[in-house]
Design a binder for this molecule. Sequence first.
Ligand SMILES: [Ca+2]
Length: 323
Amino acid sequence: MADIGKKVFARFVPEALRSCADGAPAGTGTSRGEGRHVRIGSLIVVLLLVASVAHGQAPPGVMRGLDGAMMARVDGGGFQMGRDLLPGERADLMLEAPRHVVDVPTFFVDLTEVTNGQFARFVKEADYTTQAENDGTSSVWRGGEWVEVKGADWMHPEGPGSSLDRRMNVPVVHVSYNDALAYAKWCKKRLPTEAEWEKAARGTDARIWPWGNQPDPSRADCKERGIPSAMPVGSFPAGASPYGCLDMAGNVREWTLDYLNAYPGGAPQPELYGKRYRVVRGGAWPQSLADQRSYRREFRLPKHHESLTGFRCVWSETTVKAP
Ligand SMILES: [Ca+2]
């Protein structure tokens, strides 16, 4: 534990110190007054880190990544992944069964989805062009259906005429799996494995949603809540996971690192499983709370991009490459 603390400290704290000196990370739209609070908050985090590492202890549970995102520590150990089949359910139609224990090494996970402000900084510094921009078109969820819109991309979420005005703290969308990988590589992080994502969302007590086992529309941007868009990240603090991760139910659904494959003991589905689809998790704002259960698995082709899917990143001492 002490080793990982020192290595994460070495990698993250210099950037946190720069953030203290420079103010808030670029693109967050923070005002001067808010910037002072960010600087004070960052300084407190850094001082806590210095104190804990100086005493040879593991770092506290939250730190700042190279992209400015705050990250929560998820201690290594086993958790219950997936769920059991209910009476009458067909195993060959249920991607999320059977429930099984997965041992996950310690990692750090973004508290929120990657925002437009953070992605804008990446695009500027890396001179990056997304898949949707190259394609010249993307899918927009409009009026309860998918519409293919020419000119829709991360900077124009509803197509030409739309913009990121007042949306810099809203999750970036119209990003493919490969776009998400590129962002993660830029800030020396990676996408979460499915197991990491699910553990960050539901902890170790096999709960259904990040906050517990009761469906509660006040805790997520979901269909039942009735908000017709994604919201600024962290708008539902009562929906935090056991590790403090926000919007893991709803807002935008999130790419994970893994291909869609059967769980141990799961029924074969040759038309779905294999090196084809990447898993997305958590559901999006037009989806019901049932679709936002933390064990639920959706999947998309890695080149896929549309207005409801974004991502968050993780960092760990162990190297994990995309399968
Ligand atoms: Ca989400």
